[in-house]
Write a protein that binds this ligand. Sequence first.
Ligand SMILES: Nc1ncnc2c1ncn2[C@@H]1O[C@H](COP(=O)(O)OP(=O)(O)OP(=O)(O)O)[C@@H](O)[C@H]1O
Ligand SMILES: [Mg+2]
Length: 597
Amino acid sequence: MAPDPSRRFLSLFRPEQRRCTIVAGLMVASVLAEVTIPYFTGHVTDWVASEDEMVAISSLALLGLTSAITEFICDATYTGTLSRVFGHLHGRVFAAVLRRDLLSLRALGAGAVTSRVTTDVDVTHEAVANALLLLLWELARATLLLVPMAWVAPALATTTLLAMPVLLLLARAMGSVQQGLSQRVQEALAGATRVAMETFQAMATVRGFSFEAGAAKRYLQQLQQVHRLEATQAITYAATGWTSGFLALALKLGLLYYGGQMVAAGTITTGDLVTFLIYQTQFSSTVEVLLRYYPRMTKAVGSSEKIFEFLDEDEQRAPEGTLEPKVQGHLKLEDVWFSYPEQQEPVLKGVSLELLPGQVLAVVGAPGTGKSTLVSLVLRLIEPHRGRVLLDGHPLPAYRHLHLRQQVAVVPQEPLLFSRSLHANISYGSGGRSRAQVTAAARRAGADPFISRLPRGYDTEVGDLGTQLSGGQRQAVAIARALVRDPRVLVLDEPTSALDAKTSMQVEQEVLSAGRSVLLVTGRVALALRAQRVAVLAGGRLRELGNPTELLRPENRCWEPPEDGDTADQDGDTERWDGDTGSRDGDTENMDGDMKR
Ligand SMILES: Nc1ncnc2c1ncn2[C@@H]1O[C@H](COP(=O)(O)OP(=O)(O)OP(=O)(O)O)[C@@H](O)[C@H]1O
Ligand SMILES: [Mg+2]
């Protein structure tokens, strides 16, 4: 069963128990001083009459000052505590995002994820900062006001208390409506953020297809939904205030009538009735504030629920592995099956492969056959649905995450760089590398020539460069990023597709001949020929596995030459893997040319 949301919410404050106790203590002290003031006020004239003005003035001043000072310290402590609690929550949610598996993050969408880390936490923080403190003050005030009320006129105090459940039930009912509405507002806001982010990320495409008006309309539709929900929220809020105000008035009239009859019967004096009514008026306004702010508080709890759902999923994750051995680089896939959530048909259907230490295994296949999916599995970005991926005989989840990342490095098919300096991008996640190490890696990756030509060299901010960095340059930086770690296993997904012929030859030489294990996904025949073994993927299965010179021979059934002779690029090896559908009567000269290299 899901835990009670309010209790979950309060559990956020558990680490700050000591500060919360201080806040509660200060609050009670301040309210006590405040509630006592009317009592002393009544006696001021008596003291003045007995020429004891100093006592009167000093006791009143002392009470007022105590109340004000304790209130000030209480507010300051409370704000500080909240800031710590929510700062910690921000951090927890962000860490949960970083640990979450990529597929579910993708399914959730960048908008919702960003919302969870930023807006949801902020909305909850703001609501709590405004509502919770006030609620606590008023609660303390109401409780302490009841004491003199019961002292002066017990029967009237009991009548007041008996009317309370009606008011509280109303507040509770309205509160749960507000809570539901607030969750829906959060969802609608996340939807609007998603549309905005998608549009901004694909600005070039939006412009290119003149979809500006369409994008604006989509965003507007999302916002309209937010407005509709917020309007309903405002109406519910106003209705709550109006109903509770009306009920409070009815109670007061009842008390006046009942009190009047008691005075007439001589049960209480007129003075007692007046004193009681002064306290009761204060009590009613306190309860009114409580009722008004209670829904705001439930709104905060509503917003926090989404955050908790997210954190709960994080807690259900299997614990991280502990292995940290020296890795030889023996990678093995055993009957691996995988399908994406949105697709019925598995992308990989029982693939078994082995990459021996120090060897190069090329994986080739038509576009969409699951090569990059295989790469993601080897990197443990996704988990196989069936079967296992082993490194040196141990399943990947058994390794410590950080250790695995240090041993297995990747050059992804579409490398992304961060808006930091080129140095920071190359040494990204490798625990800080010296300029000499970074430069050496960049040289081996063919990135040094273009970086050296930049006015600020390795300190150039990639963000400043923006889109000025070409696809090839990005790829070269990504190769340097992988090489600087000196990994035991290098996973390359079309690593040199965007490099020029000379650089790609140099880089290929560099990456393939360092004595480490390399899993090389490529559509280029010339590159695949450099591997010790080639695996051919087709229809999600391993179709062939063997010696590249044999497998990639033109007469072999799984090799399809390019349909036209358009291989006359710089190095004449642009044959791509075209899959297994076409005829085989193509141009075999290209193949020979490749095999010679
Ligand atoms: N995140 C995803 N969600 C759903 N389906 C996906 C996802 N990524 C890939 N696919 C699907 O899985 C299949 C294999 O994709 P994958 O990227 O592994 O192919 P590939 O062999 O690397 O292709 P290419 O040679 O074009 O890079 C494709 O049909 C693709 O549509
Ligand atoms: Mg791919």
